[in-house]
Design a protein around this ligand. Structure first.
Ligand SMILES: C[S@@+](CC[C@H](N)C(=O)[O-])C[C@H]1O[C@@H](n2cnc3c(N)ncnc32)[C@H](O)[C@@H]1O
Length: 336
């Protein structure tokens, strides 16, 4: 949203910042103005923390606020949810990721695009010790609120140097322009030799193109598995983008089978998209037959043949030049 002057004045002139802490100074603010200022602070990661009597950020507060002050714009958490790139993983998909990952208590797990923590929270509940990385300070703050992460790094994951120390990586990265393949390839470098990565990915990776060739070869070389996610699984998160879940071991298992790429979506509980009422279809067939009959009758008239099917008496019939009188009488009689 574009920030109004009163919000910008507060952010520029009524804030005292000390590292991760921001305090609003001056006289008590109109509650409505405070609410709007607070929404902006939350969007960039600030959380009012009573114990600290300050908005506390997961990063340096001045750094978090700088882009907002410079542009006069902020993307609120609500707006981010509506825009592409943030689709919290629905619980059924999260459960499948956790099951495929085979998470056991005490396992060290990395979630490298953690958002507000849908997957990380489930992994922690399964007993894992979870480290999170998230680029957006606003989501990082939401994740901090949950208190489930052992560590949370606010950074672009693709710039984080790899440390091969995790038994599991579980993720649902951004998809735009093949970003999911980039993220998964980088994430594999964080696995221990007997580790396993499980990721939601775009359906695009199942298709054989130049853009997917390297990634597909990697999955096949490692003995990875790929399964389709039900076609409407992400609808509750605001998208119908088709997805798969890809599981890739750090080392190819001795008993690995060839990777089977799903050929098409296999939606669970699919309703036929183009279901049509049988009565409507029957009406359409009857209309088509009537039209075909009319065309045949016209053809018959043009050929000056006796009309075999009567139509309601019209001047057309009378105008037929060569129709024998008896036949005409018969046809008109049939029609009545
Ligand atoms: C599809 S959402 C998934 C969020 C979370 N994993 C979940 O399942 O609910 C993708 C997340 O990746 C984050 N993200 C995008 N690019 C990133 C990057 N380069 N480094 C770290 N996080 C990134 C976005 O901010 C967003 O929170």
């Amino acid at each position: 949203m574009k920030l109004t002057d009163d919000i910008l004045t507060v952010l520029r002139e009524r804030t005292a910042i000390d590292g991760t802490h921001l305090v609003l100074t001056g006289p008590r603010m109109d509650p409505k103005l405070y609410q709007r200022v607070n929404e902006v602070l939350e969007a960039v990661g600030g959380r009012w923390t009573t114990g600290e009597q300050a908005h506390v950020f997961p990063v340096n507060a001045a750094d978090a606020l700088a882009p907002v002050l410079e542009s006069g714009q902020a993307v609120t958490l609500r707006e981010k949810r509506q825009s592409a790139q943030y689709f919290p993983t629905p619980s059924a998909v999260v459960q499948r990721l956790v099951d495929l990952a085979g998470i056991e208590p005490g396992m060290e797990v990395l979630e490298p695009s953690a958002g507000s923590g849908a997957i990380a929270t489930a992994a922690a509940k399964a007993g894992a010790v979870v480290d999170c990385i998230e680029r957006d300070p606003g989501y990082a703050a939401v994740l901090t609120d949950t208190g489930i992460a052992r560590t949370l790094t606010v950074a672009d994951f693709l710039t984080v140097p790899a440390r091969p120390c995790y038994s599991r990586i579980i993720m649902n990265p951004p998809f735009t322009k093949g970003a999911d393949m980039q993220h998964v390839e980088h994430a594999l470098r964080f696995l221990e030799p007997d580790g396993l990565l499980v990721s939601v990915m775009s359906w695009t990776v199942t298709t054989e193109t130049r853009a997917t060739a390297k990634f597909r070869a990697l999955v096949e070389a490692r003995g990875g598995t790929v399964e389709a996610v039900a076609s409407r699984a992400f609808r509750e998160s605001g998208t119908d983008v088709p997805t798969v879940i890809v599981a890739i071991p750090a080392t190819r298992p001795a008993d690995a089978k060839p990777t089977a790429w799903p050929l098409r979506e296999t939606p669970a509980n699919a309703e036929p998209e183009d279901f049509r009422d049988p009565a409507t279809i029957a009406r359409e067939i009857a209309d088509n037959l009537r039209e075909a009959t009319r065309i045949m009758d016209e053809l018959a008239r043009d050929l000056a043949l006796p009309i075999s099917r009567a139509t309601p008496a019209t001047a057309d019939v009378i105008h037929l030049p060569d129709t024998p009188q008896e036949q005409l009488a018969f046809d008109l009689g049939e029609a009545s």
